[in-house]
Write a protein that binds this ligand. Structure first.
Ligand SMILES: [Zn+2]
Ligand SMILES: [Zn+2]
Length: 165
């Protein structure tokens, strides 16, 4: 008998206990003096807002009006009972005034399939945000980014209950 190595999430075949893709970190390490690593982009300042068909965005509650930086929008698409992790698929990367950008997305984008959109962000000067945004777009396929997105890999993370609360 052999044990079948199975994935935790059918959507992209990834496992909760497998190491995250390291290509972003390898390139950032070789090109930046003080590299910002993927883990920080994906785990810092976690929050959420709902689709406009559900309720008001409540983005003002997150105190983002003065924050400039880089952000990623995520969809919580599945749950692994074995490792007790949620599958978070990256949908979009953007930069600028975080509060203003989130309000614009809430108003203009259709999240009625996802219903709840999670975000992570890091406060950074615009020139660094530009670099990180382009590096993510070069490596990963972010389905809601329409332009300059040659990347083909799926960007996902595995969040604990604590992180999505
Ligand atoms: Zn995955
Ligand atoms: Zn798992």
């Amino acid at each position: 008998m052999f044990e079948l190595v199975s994935c935790c999430f059918e959507e992209c075949g990834c496992r909760c206990d497998q190491a995250a893709d390291d290509e972003f970190d390898l390139i950032a390490n070789s090109e930046l003096v003080k590299p910002i690593l993927l883990h920080r982009l994906a785990r810092q300042n976690i929050g959420w807002f709902s689709d406009k068909t559900i309720c008001h965005h409540h983005i003002e509650d997150w105190n983002l009006n003065q924050v400039e930086g880089i952000y990623i929008l995520w969809h919580k698409s599945d749950y692994c009972a074995e490792h007790e992790r949620f599958h978070m698929r990256a949908l979009y990367v953007g930069k600028g005034n975080i509060g203003a950008r989130f309000r614009a997305h809430w108003k203009n984008k259709d999240f009625s399939e996802e219903l709840l959109i999670y975000f992570t962000y890091v406060a950074l000067p615009n020139r660094l945000s530009k670099y990180i945004e382009q590096l993510l777009l070069d490596l990963y396929n972010l389905p809601l980014n329409k332009s300059e997105n040659p990347g083909r890999k799926v960007l996902c993370q595995h969040f604990t209950q604590f992180e999505v609360d």
